[in-house]
Write a new protein. Structure first.
Lengths: 316, 291
């Protein structure tokens, strides 16, 4: 199997809607696991997902998903499931039929399609409501029935556009657990979400987008390290905060060392986290300070989003 | 059998027997589309288009019982021919096909549901063929029933004379011809409107242009006439209308061709236009906000 046959590859992809830019010169390669697309409204996240699934064609560049393109729909859509943001359904459809008939189009016989439909409904927590018309569903139910349809045929690539929208906290937690379980099976899960805390918790990597461009891409910590103009924040919970703050100030790369209000820790801002950790090791091994906990304070998606995109655009 | 086994088995089957997969997909698409298009309250306008002549004949039957002289069978046959050729072929089937076939894709764009059709492992050509067949079944079922109703109501009022005209005279042959021409009209207009819906966001204006073309085509050379649906239909109509003056343009047959050529010609024209739709569907993108 070639490397491309396990990857989702965008090569110099641009999409223009007439004069309007959708995405521009996007190149990246994604492996299995959970990838989050993050960016403000209009940054190009949905365009990227629609390009990936062939709902729109790139103006320039090429896209391949596990070595396949949407021009090979039979092989391609066996591997790909897409839960779109379009909150619309064929008129009069019942939840069960909404999943069953696409499975029949996959080539499953009646009993096989019925089995997979029931399994998908169970996984999405929609088994009880399946015989009701979708028109009578709440927003959360509609979201979950779309999710059920996207996962019903056991795709290797699951693309989810704002999949947590409209879900109550319980359903949200269940959906996240489902995404994590799917990713653990070695599948690709691509999520766009504006709930950055949840994205941060579940993502293996992020793609940050702004105005149609990919501004950063990779594992969250790697991306954070790349953002050099914003010093890294490290929170140290310790017994002798003043001594640690004093020692930290002696280092050139430390730009701020702030003792916490309760006096039981220091928030350090440094341009070289590795050097600071070395200093911390020395201090701890010298017995000068007892450290309870050390944690980076701003290597989450939220901080990276603020640093790279700013708050002007607002969350997507 | 686990879900993964089911998936693997279905993949293997579709690889080994792609034509059976296409056939099964077409039958599923047709079944779902027919259910959506035929049995819905939104189609009341099309039912009216189809059954208004039958309704008028029925009212005439009820309130005009005095005119059941068997000598009038010939004149009623001319009236029926006028209804079929001037109303059904020029207006009724034309507008009904416009509504049915343009809605197959354009309607799904308006309802924002077309992406569901594009996200399943179905070739877009198969989708076009499935939808076209579904539209054809709906249109043919509706208009053949309507023409059958018009025919029955026209001759039933004459009692045994009418029965004799139908079963011992030319009546039954005329009925078969009308049913054949109706089916061909549905296929011809259907293919044209399916292609228009994939070419234009609003197919109404091009539809009016097509209507104009169908009306004036007889004044053009015969090779140009072959690009109109009514050119083939006129050759298959069993009763010629004695119309003179400007309206004769709708019925005149400039260069007669054999019925077989007319049938094959229209079928070939329809297939060519559906093939064009199969090509056009690849250009369609899901951009609902632009609709």
């Amino acid at each position: 199997m070639t490397p491309d046959a396990r990857q989702i590859v965008f090569e110099n992809v641009s999409k223009f809607y007439g004069e309007v830019l959708g995405v521009n010169k996007v190149s990246f390669s994604l492996g299995p696991g959970i990838t989050s697309l993050v960016g403000p409204n209009g940054s190009g996240k949905t365009t990227l997902m629609n390009l990936l699934t062939g709902l729109i064609r790139p103006s320039r560049g090429s896209i391949s998903v596990l070595g396949l393109t949407p021009q090979q729909p039979i092989e391609f859509f066996r591997q790909v499931g897409y839960c779109t943001q379009f909150d619309s359904f064929p008129p009069g459809t019942k939840g069960y039929d909404f999943i069953y008939w696409p499975l029949r189009l996959h080539g499953f016989a009646h009993d096989q399609a019925a089995k997979l439909t029931n399994e998908a409904l169970e996984r999405a927590g929609m088994a009880q409501m399946a015989r009701r018309k979708v028109a009578g569903y709440s927003k959360g139910m509609r979201q979950r029935i779309r999710l059920a349809q996207a996962i019903a045929h056991h795709p290797s690539v699951l693309v989810l556009d704002e999949p947590l929208n409209g879900l109550d906290p319980m359903a949200r937690a269940e959906s996240i657990a489902l995404f994590e379980a799917i990713a653990k099976q070695g599948m690709h899960v691509i999520i766009s979400s504006h709930i950055l805390e949840e994205v941060d918790r579940i993502s293996d990597r992020v793609v940050l987008m702004s105005s149609g461009y990919v501004v950063a891409e990779g594992q969250i910590r790697e991306v954070r390290r790349e953002v050099r103009e914003h010093p890294m924040q490290i929170l140290v919970r310790c017994s002798n905060a003043a001594r640690l703050a004093g020692a930290a100030f002696e280092l050139d790369h430390v730009v701020e060392a702030k003792i916490l209000d309760d006096g039981r820790g220091v928030l350090v801002r440094t341009r070289d986290a590795e050097q600071f950790y070395l200093l911390l090791n020395k201090i701890v091994s010298g017995g000068l300070v007892e450290v309870d906990a050390v944690a980076p304070a701003d290597d989450d998606v939220n901080s990276i989003y603020q640093y790279l995109i700013g708050s002007d655009g607002g969350p997507a | 059998m686990s879900a993964q086994d089911l998936v693997a088995r279905a993949q293997k089957w579709s690889k080994e027997q792609p034509w059976r997969l296409f056939g099964s997909q077409i039958s599923i698409l047709v079944r779902n589309e027919v259910r959506r298009n035929l049995f819905t309250r939104r189609r009341i306008g099309i039912y009216l288009l189809a059954f208004i002549p039958a309704l008028i004949i029925l009212i005439d039957d009820i309130f005009g019982r005095s005119s059941i002289d068997p000598a009038q069978i010939e004149s009623k046959t001319q009236v029926l021919a006028g209804i079929v050729q001037l109303y059904y072929f020029r207006l009724g089937i034309f507008f009904a096909c416009m509504a049915i076939f343009t809605w197959l894709f354009r309607g799904e764009m308006v309802e924002r549901t077309l992406h569901y059709q594009f996200l399943v492992p179905v070739r877009r050509e198969v989708l076009v063929i499935g939808k076209f067949l579904a539209g054809a079944i709906v249109a043919i079922a509706l208009f053949e029933t309507a023409i059958l109703a018009c025919f029955s109501l026209t001759y039933s009022r004459f009692g045994s004379a009418g029965k004799s005209y139908v079963f011992d005279g030319p009546g039954l042959g005329q009925l078969w011809s009308y049913l054949l021409v109706t089916a061909l009209a549905c296929l011809g207009y259907g293919s044209v409107f399916l292609a228009l819906s994939l070419l234009f966001k609003n197919p109404i204006i091009p539809g009016v242009v097509i209507m104009g073309w169908e009306a004036i085509a007889p004044i053009f050379p015969s090779w140009a006439q072959m690009l109109s649906v009514t050119f083939y239909l006129k050759h298959l109509c069993p009763v010629s209308l004695p119309i003179t003056g400007p309206l004769a343009i709708f019925t005149v047959v400039a260069e007669p061709v054999s019925p077989l050529i007319a049938v094959l010609g229209l079928v070939c024209l329809s297939i060519a236009i559906v093939a064009l739709s199969c090509f056009l569907i690849h250009r369609v993108e899901i951009t609902y906000t632009a609709e």
